[in-house]
Design a protein around this ligand. Structure first.
Ligand SMILES: [Zn+2]
Length: 287
């Protein structure tokens, strides 16, 4: 992806879908962003986020919305001042709307209920396989959070890469709304893989020493989040035989994807062990 005139373009030079928000005022103080603030919408789809940000009464907006399916919508130019941060402060700078680009990821955020009956704040059912149970850094209680889709994370990574490149920024400028408005905001929350994200942007994997005997450093690593363990199967369906149940928190590397079923190898003592298929929603990326 690339940016021209503060507008985002796909690699084929098509402009990203443009849906201008009326909820913006003037330009960023430095005429370009210094920070990138990550949010979640607290909703279920791109359209409802567009509707909110086009509604003047909402008095809220963001530069970008990214859907679970990777759809990207731009609502303000990157040097314009959108209203996504509200009361906020970071390293002595107050009012981050004047210094940042806001990216809203479609996601419900934290959920009510429990296994078999996870619900959004709006009462919508969220299937177990889309839920990760984690603690927020500002909260001692473990909760269920809707996971971000792999496509959504990959697309977001490409967008952020383009922003860093265009505006000469480093990965430490990527912040959560919960970093700049702690206590008041929980988004993007613990389900957003910040460490992996920053790691990939810093090019850690590229600079690592190649080691042919140890392929695991080349492959994306994941942690099993299912508290009762995750069945590893001989094929990509629940009809296939269970080879082994991977314990909660065990680590795997990703070898191949077939929709929501992933072929993974369990990692024990830094070595790839048993290989088989697992349902991907119970895996959480680690750096
Ligand atoms: Zn937010």
């Amino acid at each position: 992806m690339k940016i021209k005139n503060h507008l985002l373009y796909h690699d084929n030079n098509d402009r990203v879908e443009w849906q201008e928000t009326p909820n913006k005022s003037g330009h960023l103080k430095e005429q370009k962003p210094r920070y990138i603030i990550m949010h979640y919408t607290g909703g279920s789809n791109v359209q409802s986020a567009i509707n909110t940000f086009k509604n003047r009464q909402a008095q809220a907006s963001a530069h970008l919305i990214i859907g679970n399916d990777g759809r990207i919508v731009q609502m303000g130019r990157f040097h314009e001042r959108c209203w996504h941060a509200g009361r906020s402060e970071w390293q002595g700078i107050k009012g981050l709307n004047s210094y940042s680009v806001g990216i809203e990821l479609v996601n419900w955020g934290w959920l009510n209920g429990g296994q078999g009956n996870w619900r959004s704040w709006a009462g919508t059912r969220v299937p177990d396989e889309n839920v990760v149970q984690l603690k927020h850094k500002h909260d001692a209680t473990q909760r269920g959070w809707e996971s971000f889709s792999e496509t959504q994370i990959e697309v977001t990574l490409n967008v952020v890469r383009a922003l860093l490149h265009q505006y000469d920024l480093t990965p430490d400028c990527i912040l959560g709304h919960d970093d700049i408005s702690p206590g008041r905001k929980q988004d993007p929350g613990p389900a957003f893989p910040f460490d992996r994200f920053r790691g990939l942007l810093e090019g850690r994997r590229e600079t690592e020493q190649p080691d042919i005997l140890n392929p695991i450093i080349f492959e994306p690593k994941f942690r099993v989040t299912a508290s009762s363990g995750l069945n590893m199967r001989s094929g990509p369906s629940i009809a296939d035989t269970v080879i082994k149940t991977l314990p909660s928190n065990s680590q795997v590397i990703l070898l191949e994807k077939l929709d929501h079923w992933w072929l993974v190898s369990e990692i024990i003592n830094n070595k790839a062990e048993t290989t088989g298929w697992v349902y991907s929603h119970w895996l959480f990326p680690i750096n």
